[in-house]
Design a protein around this ligand. Sequence first.
Ligand code: CA
Length: 228
Amino acid sequence: MKLLVVEDEAKLADYLRKGLAEEGYAVDVAANGIDGLHLASLGNYDLIILDAMLPGIDGFGLLAALRQSKQTPVIMLTARQRIEDRVRGLKTGADDYLVKPFAFSELVARIEVLLRRAAGTSPAPDALVLVLADLQVDLARRRATRAGQRIDLSAKEFQLLTLLLRRKGQVLSRTEIAEQVWDVNFDLGTNVIDVAIRRLRNKLDLPFERPLLHTVRGMGYVLEERQS
Ligand code: CA
């Protein structure tokens, strides 16, 4: 999942970038409205966190321009004193807003709600559980099990597994995995993905009889059940 943060306060922007990366999101940051609009229009973001008060174009102007072509979910950040900003933000097409200062956990909760809503309107709780053979991944609880045994995964490993599982049976290239799981602007060492795959495989497949994660030579990786 890729997020764009448009925020001119460098400290807050940095805090959000780091925190959201730890939650397993790929994050781009723009420090003013013009860069923000440029990235938001061109990039393929799953959600945008948009400060209302920005140099260049402010958040409302950016949102109004963006809504002409894109319906990317937007959470607006507004200042406490400016109640009219929230109304204006929602009218312009923001999906949600948070008043500064806000708790990081609240931002994460709002992001999850909007991403879930975007994935399909109010899915049933069990739609948030992905299944392949004896593997189950509970997206809401961020929990993976195989044959009923809990698999402990880092945020990135969880995201990698979720990506492969959502696209089970399809071969994913390293480039595609890098784009979806890591920030594309992050200069990836060539073996970062291979290392992550190996770690995931050690936890996911090694303790069990039948492997699910397969390497397709020269192409990438696929998660599927193979009859042997
Ligand atoms: Ca600001």
